[in-house]
Design a protein around this ligand. Structure first.
Ligand SMILES: CC(C)(COP(=O)(O)OP(=O)(O)OC[C@H]1O[C@@H](n2cnc3c(N)ncnc32)[C@H](O)[C@@H]1OP(=O)(O)O)[C@@H](O)C(=O)NCCC(=O)NCCS
Length: 187
């Protein structure tokens, strides 16, 4: 029987690093290789993943099938100097390896990232997704993310620009509504 779980990754063992590099290469071939258009090579990929764990604002989450990492998501926390934006974190580099898709792992991974963000007092999760990523868009919209903007020239792939859709989700319970526009002071 296949076992699966979702977890935060704080240390990278050699087998995990190998899984992550292979998964990234698959994502690049799939047309969504983070910001890469072609593989930068194994050395650069290994440096990238080791670097992810060194950046204080980045938290790495992984989906495993039978121990192997088959998908990841990164929660990017606001920098400590960003006091006015301290409520807002970003979801980044979210993918499931093609052969592991369709088993609910992405939804579980997204839930885990949201729960981790809430525990760290984050009130809003933001993300951007290419307009071509239909499965991801379905997932985000069904999970309560609202599209608030479109950037027509988000990515340049070959000679074509691909639009980016900007989404955000409020993580706090709607017990009391927060103002989203500047208040006008009465005189
Ligand atoms: C988007 C992605 C992460 C979904 O992974 P997954 O493990 O197959 O997703 P799940 O099985 O957890 O399904 C969750 C939801 O995703 C949506 N979804 C998944 N596959 C879909 C498909 N082929 N078409 C439309 N919607 C789809 C559905 O809303 C689904 O919910 P449902 O099962 O209740 O209908 C995966 O397709 C992927 O890695 N895509 C490429 C990377 C990407 O686009 N990342 C987003 C960058 S911001």
């Amino acid at each position: 029987m296949t076992s699966s779980n979702i977890e935060q990754i704080n240390d990278l063992h050699d087998t995990d690093l190998e899984d992550l590099c292979q998964a990234t290469e698959e994502a690049i071939i799939d047309g969504l290789g983070f910001e890469w258009l072609k593989s930068p090579g194994r050395g650069a990929l290994e440096r990238y993943w080791r670097g992810v764990l060194l950046v204080p604002e980045r938290q790495l989450f992984a989906a495993r099938l039978d121990q192997a990492i088959v998908g990841t998501a990164q929660l990017i926390m606001p920098t400590r100097s960003n006091e006015s934006g301290a409520f807002d974190a970003t979801l980044n580099a979210f993918f499931i390896r093609p052969w592991a898709r369709g088993h609910g792992l992405a939804r579980r991974l997204l839930n885990e990232v949201e729960n981790a963000a809430k525990k760290q007092k984050i009130k809003q999760l933001s993300l951007v997704v290419r307009a071509s990523q239909e499965a991801a868009i379905q997932l985000y919209e069904s999970a309560g993310y609202s599209r608030w903007g479109i950037k027509p020239r988000y990515a340049l792939v070959g000679r074509n620009y691909v639009s980016g859709y900007y989404y955000a989700k409020t993580l706090e319970k709607s017990r009391r509504r927060q103002r989203t526009t500047p208040s006008t002071k009465r005189v």
